[in-house]
Design a protein around this ligand. Structure first.
Ligand code: ZN
Length: 98
């Protein structure tokens, strides 16, 4: 088993928020849906405000300056530029058989 080598990769604010917002159930609506409220947002460990970079997940240009220690093979956008793209397709195949 190889440990993934983590690198600080740039994330736009949108992609950061996708995985780092904390929600709590607040109440139940009349039709049984649980209403959630936002209770917090994780603070990025590495922040360099004003740094122009390209989000490793969606490819947008970002100046959020947010970096997250990420396994480069799991970064969607970077994954397109090298051989790891093949691995993604392979992984999807496994999911289909599951
Ligand atoms: Zn993004």
């Amino acid at each position: 088993m190889n440990e993934p080598v983590l690198r600080p990769l740039p994330l736009c604010e949108q992609c950061w928020l996708e995985n780092h917002t904390n929600w709590e159930p607040q109440s139940m609506s009349e039709n049984g849906h649980i209403l959630m409220k936002l209770v917090g947002v994780d603070t990025p460990e590495i922040v360099t405000p004003g740094n122009v970079d390209i989000c490793c997940m969606c490819g947008s240009i970002t100046i959020s300056g947010i970096y997250e220690m990420t396994d480069p093979t799991k970064a969607y956008f970077l994954g397109e530029s090298d051989e790891s793209n093949d691995k993604f397709e392979f992984n999807f195949g496994i999911l289909d058989d599951d």
